[in-house]
Design a protein around this ligand. Sequence first.
Ligand code: C2E
Ligand code: CA
Ligand code: CA
Ligand code: CA
Length: 279
Amino acid sequence: SKDAGGGQYSIFNEKMQINALRKVEIEKEVRDALDKGEFSFALQPQVDISSGKLLGFEALIRWFHPVRGFVPPDEFIPVIENSGYMLEIGYWGIKRAFLILQRLDELGFKELKVAVNLSASQFLDPDLIPFLEGQLKTFERDASQIELELTERTLVADIEQTLETMQQLKKRGFIFSIDDFGTGYSSLAYLKQMPVDIIKIDRSFVSNMENNSADMQIVSSIIAMVKKLGMTVVAEGVENSIQMKMLKNLECTIGQGYFISRPIPESDLYELLPDKIHY
Ligand code: C2E
Ligand code: CA
Ligand code: CA
Ligand code: CA
């Protein structure tokens, strides 16, 4: 209310200060965590919906802090997203993804893909392209096995530069996915301009599609549109057999979600392959 205006103002400032302190604290902890090797990936399987075949994994970062325990990515990624720490974690993640591909290759899974999430600042980093090229050389891998996921929000930071980086990487064979599709602004305007191969339908549309006809229509329309544009469509957050069946009927290409598999810690992954990961 208006009466509380002055008070609100000072509380607001106080809150901002706390947040700034907390930010510095988290940044420092992230720095330590990198040095101490507290980050790892959990890999969530992605399957071909019509055949059930395993196609690859999305790499999701995991932070096990010695005191705080598990810190979910939604709690620390947004805090560090615009700092140099994001770039450092980003490099760690890209390198880890290549190591995972190498290990999968050694185990005889030569065709599987790994998808990594990239933040806006990574696309604006002049070292991103040379770093990715270096990894391709070091690991002697085909760029088409690495998928780079970005959200519509990523573009907003600097659309020109982000598109330029994407085009350069696209030329070298990297695959791009738009994550959380349908939740950002101007999705369709961006779609036309981006060298994108894959669209991932946000799980908020999928998670209730069997009960909500609007959600079902949205999912159905996105699938049809994406396929008409010659791209691949992934449904995220598939949690039950009804959703899976509906997606199959709608001829959605790829599925990902708890119904197929939870994200699997990398430390468990190689033992589970090949028998236990199938839909
Ligand atoms: P995202 O990229 O949309 O990742 C999907 C999230 O949905 C993951 O949460 C995953 O565990 C969760 N999920 C998968 N299947 C289901 C399902 O069937 N039901 C439900 N309810 N959830 C499901 P997670 O691992 O907590 O990651 C959260 C977000 O953190 C990610 O959302 C992504 O935006 C970000 N993130 C994760 N790892 C990285 C990373 O290495 N780099 C960057 N920049 N961001 C990351
Ligand atoms: Ca993602
Ligand atoms: Ca997503
Ligand atoms: Ca998300």
